[in-house]
Design a binder for this molecule. Structure first.
Ligand code: TZP
Ligand code: MG
Length: 211
């Protein structure tokens, strides 16, 4: 199986209610899917369990309707409970090896990497895609360690066949260079959630990726 058939997605929306700037996150989600988003991750850092589950179930109705994957950030309990398509974790979250043991139905386990040494680990080996996080410094997430840049993507591309999902200050002006550097998929928050028209923003991003 080649990497495209394992992860055939180009445009990934990382969604949280707070980042939607007062608009309803479900409306942003639906509009972005119509515009061209291929999969959505729900990333809620401050919700209590009950709220996160309620939002995840609401979002799942939409992603199911449009037959796109729903990925849950960090929380395995919620991912399993809402029967999400997969989970995305970082270096300090539940490790992918443990996820595989505890959730055999996960279609996608995404793993963000901060150091090149992580490429040569069991955690990377059992992951379905790697998050290159962040490519560029971003005000949306400030507790990051490595700013990979385009050179970082090129280096990682040479070292692994895993699908690479790039994230961090990506927009319609820089995503082509990120794909050219070796990323398979682009993940964004602000470029869609912060846009005046999320559907149009998603359409323009997707169009740029398909060029
Ligand atoms: N992980 C690394 S950077 C980031 C996350 C969740 C936030 C990206 O947000 P934006 O607004 O697309 O720069
Ligand atoms: Mg995390």
């Amino acid at each position: 199986m080649n990497k495209q058939s394992r992860f055939p997605y180009k445009l990934y929306l990382v969604l949280s209610e707070a980042d939607c700037k007062g608009r309803h996150f479900l409306k942003v989600a639906e509009e972005s899917i119509i515009g061209g988003v291929d999969l959505i991750q729900l990333r809620e850092k401050n919700d209590d369990l009950e709220t996160f589950i309620r939002k995840a179930l609401q979002l799942k109705e939409i992603t199911d309707n449009y037959e796109i994957p729903l990925i849950i950030n960090d929380n395995l309990e919620i991912a399993k409970k809402v029967n999400a398509t997969g989970i995305h974790v970082g270096t300090h979250d539940i490790p992918p090896v443990a996820i595989r043991e505890l959730w055999c139905n996960a279609a996608y386990v995404g793993y963000s990497i901060e150091h090149l040494e992580q490429l040569d680990t069991e955690e990377t080996a059992v992951s379905d895609y790697l998050g290159i996080s962040p490519v560029f410094k971003t005000p949306t997430k400030t507790d990051t360690i490595t700013e990979w840049g385009l050179d970082g993507i090129r280096t990682i591309r040479k070292l692994t066949d895993k699908p690479l999902v790039a994230i961090g200050n990506l927009d319609v002006h820089n995503i082509k260079s990120v794909i050219d550097a070796g990323a398979d998929c682009i993940a964004v928050v602000s470029a869609i959630c912060g846009a005046p028209n999320p559907q149009k923003a998603a359409y323009q991003l997707k169009n740029e990726l398909l060029k």
